[in-house]
Structure formats: C-alpha cells, structure tokens
Design a protein around this ligand. Sequence first.
Ligand code: ATP
Length: 206
Amino acid sequence: MSYVVGLTGGIGSGKTTVANLFAELGVPLIDADIVARQVVEKSSPLLSKIAEHFGDEILTSQGELDRAKLRQIIFRQEQEKIWLNNLLHPAIRQEMLSQIQACSEPYLLFVVPLLIENNLTEFCDRVIVIDVEPAIQLERATKRDQSKVDTIKSIMASQVSRTERLRYADDVIENNLPLEQGLERIKTQVFALHQQYLDLAKDKES
Ligand code: ATP
C-alpha cells in the first residue's frame, strides 16, 4: 500500500495552496471534501437512502443533493444530524480507504480539514500540519469566503486548537507570511519533504 501523508490545518490555513504544490510534483491527492461529495453523488445508493428518509424535496430538479436544504434541516434538528452522520461517516471512511488502497504511487497526500477531529490520523503514516497564526487565519478565511468574522470564529472554535493540532504534526509548514514573501520558502520545503517521503515510502515497501 502507498505511504500515506496526511495534510491538515484549520480553516483557511493554506491546505489547498500547499496540496497544489505537491500535486505539481506529480503526487496523487485524496481530498476528504471531494470524497464526502462522491459518496452522495447523483444516483448513488446513499443519496437514495437520504431521499427515502427526508423525502424527494431534498433533491434538486436535477436529482442532486440539495445541500443548502439539508444543512438547514440538520442545523435545526439534532436527531436528524445524528442520523445523517451515522449514515455518511462510515461510508466516507470506507471510500477513503478504498481510494488509498487503489493508489499505486509510492506515496499519496491525504488532504483532510478534520483529520484529527475525525480520528483519521490512523490512516496516515505521517502528518503535515499547516500552521498559521489565528489572527491571520481569520483574516484570510473571512476574505476568501466573504463571511462574517463571527461565522469564521465559530468554525475555528469547533476545530481542534492550534496547540492540539501541532501535537500530531510530524512536519509543520508555517504559512504566516504573505505569499509574495513566503511562497518560495514553502516551495523549497515542499520539495525537501517530497524527497523525504519518497525515501520513507521505499522503507515501507521493503
Ligand atoms: P479551507 O480548509 O478553509 O478550504 P485551506 O486550508 O485549503 O482552507 P487555502 O484555500 O489554501 O486554505 O487558503 C485560504 C485563503 O488564503 C485562500 O484564499 C488562499 O489564496 C489564501 N492564502 C493561503 N496562503 C496564503 C498566504 N501565505 N498569503 C496570502 N494568502 C494566502
């Protein structure tokens, strides 16, 4: 099985930015957000179960999941949130594992915002944390999502703390500087990590 490098960090920390640099080096990515969408794609068995439970009103006219409607329901009704999580979480884990097992490259990058919160470090041989100061994180995420500061603050509060996240890190990529100043250093670090992971992957194989 491929060597699995988990990549995590809080909202707006720079996971996508860094993951793209690994992808440019030819490293395959498995992105938890994409997997979470794949398991409920149009005509999937799980989407049928969701429609059976909530009624066809939960589907758009194109037969896709109406995420906004579902979010509203589970925001108001805790029981429905539990029902949905019980359905989706095992399926998402299973799909992640299948995609990891199907990979034939020496190593892959497993990009997961809630890697620690959802106990997914158990799938990883190594963990990279993208670390950024909370004030910078708040500013970048607010700007990107055009969200209210309070909304981003409450998402940050629902995630593990910076200190707790760093406890799980084998490698840390610091992303405090603006990209104009920091990008070259991050690229150099990513390149060095890439070489290191290729070596570690060889050790795992042998
Ligand atoms: P999320 O989990 O919330 O989707 P993320 O961790 O994937 O976020 P990115 O999308 O990579 O984070 O970055 C968040 C925003 O901050 C983006 O708009 C990105 O362009 C910007 N950004 C990332 N790193 C820097 C940086 N060093 N300087 C300035 N802007 C940055």
